[in-house]
Ligand binder design. Sequence first.
Ligand code: HEM
Length: 185
Amino acid sequence: MYGLVNKAIEELIVTSFGEDQWLLIKQKAGVDIDVFISNEGYSDDITYQLVSAASEVLGMPVRDVLIAFGEHWVLNTATHGYGAMMRSGGTSLKAFLINLPNLHTRVQMIYPNLEPPRFECQDVKDTSMSLHYFTHRPGLTDFVVGIVQGLGKLYKTPATTRITALKSAGDDHDIFEVTWTLPDP
Ligand code: HEM
């Protein structure tokens, strides 16, 4: 994955838990890279090792690390670093999720070797939809959960996700029932 993903993990750990914890996590992960370069490609293994070492060092389940990372991705990395691209996604959670299938196509203009996930929205209603997530990468279901939660916060429409299909349990791909609360008019 491109270095900005690992950089975002570093930023989350350093700001929430401090530099010392980050150095411990990197050591435990067996990663001896000093500075991640955003537009350079790194083996996916590095990202997985950092997440699993963070889980061990911080005493948090991998699931919680991925959810925190997903929220951080939306509320910090994407909004600060890629604000224009995020804004082009729309002005509500629903609009943003509907536009999600196009988002990484735009990201691909900056990062040409991107191997992006693919999303499809089905059964779109006023306060719910089913979000289909296709990827060749295992284990990132809870990252998507965190991203959707972060988007709910960003648009001030708190969102919950219920997983109704899991590739890791033999289904074709992951499916999330996303429900959100609209603000009072
Ligand atoms: C402008 C904002 C965004 C940027 C710049 C961005 C960029 C990236 C990059 C660089 C990767 C690593 C893939 C690679 O290097 O091959 C990635 C992966 C991923 N992105 Fe985004 N992304 C953005 C927003 C989102 C949003 C809103 C979602 C919503 C669900 C999302 C979901 C994912 C997931 C799940 C992955 C993990 C890889 C996989 O599933 O195969 N991203 N993204």
